[in-house]
Design a protein around this ligand. Structure first.
Ligand SMILES: Nc1ncnc2c1ncn2[C@@H]1O[C@H](COP(=O)(O)OP(=O)(O)OP(=O)(O)O)[C@@H](O)[C@H]1O
Length: 618
């Protein structure tokens, strides 16, 4: 790619900033009735803050920022205080002990398991930026607690880039968010120019046909810039990043995947003042009267909200998910800004029908920001799975929940990627359960949790149960769609070309006017996905190359596709590929065909929309 092109990109990136500044000027013009002075000063302040933040941030460097861990992370509420009680603070002996440690000791002492076995990534708040660590066996043992640890030598010494999240305010206005994206765009453009210059002097890296080696945009530094900016911005963009992060290297370039893995580990953390504002606004200033204690140090900082541990008056341990301010109102503009960034990178092939995908993503994200909807989805799942051994859905605490705060029973367990360190029998069991659940959600409940993030499945070794969380992205599928989809899956499993084509047309994947090249690629992709279901006796996900084959066929399909996939397919295929990737990650051997046949034999085709199939998955 010529230097002129790179320069063009830099100009484009800078023009993103200019566009936002221009947009803001119009807003100022229109703010005739408002307090103009405040608007201007706060906008300037925001712009200045964003600019300074993002200048450091888009450099992607590890900064020596040291913030002592707050001594009063757990706040205890006095039971006699009914008027809010947030001022009544006690410290536990544990806090006092931790407060006397040095900052480094705190990091080590915090790596561990909470009372109920939940891993608490409490190394946050101590340092900023990225650092490379080697995962040691002893470190991983904390995840397995009683289970057999099985690791290859390579796994034991793989250097893992970890990020220590910072406490940083979420950019909550549309402008500050748009400015953040614009600055990121400029940072990426600058990174691309630097990489191009480096390649001119030192030559390009060995290609191996990898996109990362071909495009100077996909440099490691740029990927890191992207990850750090996403962690700072949070919200819709981070969610999109997390969705991509569970993809396979053959689908997403390696440096981007590595950066997104950093994103998957968690976002920055809201400062206490911002957190209290959300809690007061959502639950009323007396929210603390329902609790015995609240831990201000989050269990997790996710894309849309952060999760805190609290104890209720009746003694129940709960997880309170508290939404970042502004993210719900910024979905539309966040997605538009991501699209602008993607457009200017020219990395997205035409056949991806980006506009359609973005439209679906906007709808999904708006649903995910509605915690009342998530609460009702969670209760539905709890009911549906109550008789099914091996799964548990935590209780929803309505009393301390609202549109932007969701309180649920605290559960324990280790995420799927950590289960991959356990013995083969456990991995097979968890892989089987995950696939069983996926088939049951689609073909029995016709109601599916479509976010296959590995941390949404927490395996509890002591009870052999998969604890399920995060039901924001759950959706119903129409009976007619599910009928035809099951026929298509069977056709794929049975290598039935004609039926694959017929069902694909009925479902809207094909128009009927496709070229032979496209038809062949489509059918072959179907057969690849159907492979685990094609033979009885257990499919070994350790030796599969499903993702590589799909990736090769996908390139052809993107070139020759005549129609975008039906709306249902986006979330469904994300979930299905998530289930496969989880089995691959686990290296599980799963009797996929038997599980599918069991569903198929119990399935009732052509029933009315609302009646649930009586199929049972054993
Ligand atoms: N009930 C719970 N018990 C224990 N931990 C929980 C619970 N709910 C959430 N968590 C922790 O908080 C993290 C984020 O929660 P959740 O996935 O519900 O949030 P989210 O905003 O939807 O996140 P994501 O961006 O991953 O989709 C989980 O991965 C888990 O570590």
């Amino acid at each position: 790619m010529s230097s002129f092109n790179q320069l063009g990109r830099l100009v484009n990136g800078l023009s993103l900033i200019a566009r936002e500044v221009a947009k803001r000027s119009q807003t100022i013009e229109h703010a005739k009735n408002g307090d103009l002075e405040t608007l201007i000063s706060s906008s300037l302040k925001n712009a200045l803050l964003s600019a300074t933040d993002l200048t450091g941030l888009t450099k992607g460097k590890v900064r020596e920022f040291s913030k002592p861990r707050p001594k009063d992370s757990v706040v205890y509420f006095n039971s006699t205080n009914d008027g809010g009680g947030k001022d009544v603070v006690n410290y536990s002996s544990n806090d006092i002990a931790r407060a006397s440690l040095t900052s480094d000791e705190k990091v080590d002492s915090d790596k561990g398991v909470s009372n109920n076995g939940q891993t608490i990534p409490q190394e946050r708040l101590v340092n900023d930026g990225l650092e490379t660590e080697c995962e040691s066996t002893s470190d991983n043992k904390r995840y397995v607690d009683g289970g057999e640890v099985v690791k290859t030598a390579a796994e034991a010494t793989v250097p893992v880039k970890r990020r220590r999240p910072r406490e940083r305010k979420v950019p909550a206005t549309t402008f500050s968010r748009a400015f953040g994206f614009a600055a990121l765009g400029a940072g990426l453009a600058w990174g691309t120019v630097q990489e191009s210059a480096k390649r001119l002097v030192y030559g390009s890296p060995i290609s191996n046909e990898k996109q990362s080696a071909v495009s100077p945009f996909l440099s490691e530094k740029n990927a890191e810039r992207l990850a750090l900016a996403l962690c700072r911005m949070r919200g819709a963009a981070l969610k999109l990043g997390q969705m991509l992060s569970i993809q396979d290297e053959s689908l997403v370039p390696a440096p981007i995947l590595a950066a997104l893995d950093i994103v998957r580990q968690g976002a920055d953390v809201m400062p206490r003042s911002q957190l209290n504002q959300v809690l007061d606004a959502e639950l009323g200033p007396g929210w603390s009267t329902k609790l015995t204690s609240f831990d201000y140090e989050p269990l997790a900082a996710a894309s849309i909200g952060q999760v805190h541990r609290a104890v209720m008056k009746d003694g129940m341990d709960v997880a309170m998910k508290i939404q970042y301010p502004g993210v719900a109102d910024s979905i539309e503009s966040d997605i538009e800004n991501v699209k602008l960034l993607l457009d200017y990178t020219n990395l997205i092939p035409k056949g991806l029908y980006l506009d359609r995908a973005m439209k679906v993503a906007k709808e999904e994200l708006s649903r995910e920001c509605d915690y009342q909807l998530e609460a009702s989805n969670q209760k539905r799942f709890r009911d549906m799975l109550s008789g099914h051994e091996g799964f548990y859905v935590p209780l929803v605490v309505d009393d301390i929940s609202g549109k932007r705060v969701l309180t649920t029973e605290l559960i324990s367990g280790v995420p799927i990627d950590k289960v991959a360190l356990l013995d083969q029998g456990t991995r097979n069991y968890v892989g089987r359960k995950l696939l069983e659940l996926t088939l049951m959600e689609l073909f029995v409940f016709r109601f599916m949790q479509t976010d296959p993030n590995w941390s949404n499945f927490l395996y509890d070794e002591t009870t052999k149960t998969i604890n399920l969380i995060d039901f924001g992205a759950a959706r119903d599928y129409p009976k007619r769609f599910v009928d035809d989809y099951l026929r298509m899956v069977m056709a794929c499993a049975n290598n039935d070309r004609a039926a694959v084509i017929e069902m694909s047309q009925r479902l809207g994947f094909l128009t009927g006017k496709e070229s032979e090249v496209m038809l062949e690629a489509h059918v072959q992709a179907g057969f690849v996905v159907g492979l685990p279901f094609s033979k009885s006796g257990g499919y070994d996900f350790r030796s599969t190359n499903i993702t590589q084959s799909i990736s090769n066929l996908g390139a052809t399909m993107l070139r020759h596709r005549l129609t975008p996939p039906p709306d249902e397919a986006y979330s469904l295929h994300r979930k299905l590929s998530g289930a496969f990737l989880a089995c691959i990650k686990l290296g599980a051997v799963v009797p996929c065909r038997e599980l599918l046949l069991d569903v198929y034999e119990h399935y009732h085709f052509g029933e009315d929309e609302w009646s649930l199939s009586t199929a049972s998955v054993s």
